[in-house]
Structure formats: structure tokens, C-alpha cells
Ligand binder design. Structure first.
Ligand SMILES: [Cu+2]
Length: 116
């Protein structure tokens, strides 16, 4: 609800440019710079995931998921997070933008890694 009110306020500041102002709000986006999608990783080493997030008007912070299970809450919008070594096999690492209630807003980025 707060987001809606904030939107209404900022739109009123731009009266005639209301629609244009909304279009300027940065869209939510997640980038995972490392590991690369399809990367082969050693089962003995911890995995460092490097990311960059734009939460957008509906997002607040992000969650990290490993094989669909929540592994961490990422409060920093840009940084890295170290994961415990994973068992060998394919794993999926996802970062999802969530709102203040920790509910995913539908913007995410996933990479599959091959741990050997
Ligand atoms: Cu959360």
C-alpha cells in the first residue's frame, strides 16, 4: 500500500508528466556476474556468488535460493555471498527480488552450476 501512495505522490508532482514519470522509475533487475551459467565448480570449494540488484519500485531486498530452497537474505544490492560447498551434481542458484514482506515480486535471475 505504501508503494501505491508514494507512486500517487510522485505522479502528482509531475501532473502533466505523470505517465512519463512512472516510466522513468527504474525497473527491477538482477544480474549474477559470477558464477557464469553452466560453470563447472569444484565440490571442495565454497562458492562465491557475485550479484548486482536494482530492486525497482516494488522490490525491497533479495533472497538467494539454492535448488529452490531459501539459502540467504541478501540486504546489499551489490556484493557477493559465500555459499557452503555443494554436493557434486547440477545445482540451480537463484536471486529473487522480494518486497518488504519477503514475497518474491517475480523478478529474478538464476544460474545453473555443475559441481564436480
Ligand atoms: Cu526477505
Amino acid at each position: 500500500m505504501k508503494t501505491l501512495i508514494r507512486h500517487a505522490l510522485s505522479a502528482s508532482l509531475f501532473t502533466s508528466l505523470g505517465l512519463a514519470a512512472a516510466a522513468f522509475a527504474q525497473d527491477a533487475m538482477v544480474t549474477i556476474s559470477s558464477p557464469a551459467d553452466g560453470a563447472k565448480l569444484a565440490a571442495t570449494a565454497p562458492i562465491e556468488i557475485a550479484y548486482d540488484v536494482t530492486p525497482g519500485p516494488r522490490g525491497d531486498h533479495t533472497h538467494l535460493y539454492v535448488d529452490g530452497n531459501e539459502a540467504a537474505v541478501l540486504r546489499q544490492l551489490k556484493g557477493s555471498h559465500k555459499l557452503e560447498p555443494l554436493a557434486s551434481g547440477m545445482h540451480e542458484l537463484c536471486i529473487k527480488v522480494v518486497n518488504k514482506n519477503h514475497t518474491p515480486i517475480g523478478v529474478d535471475k538464476c544460474v545453473k552450476v555443475d559441481v564436480q
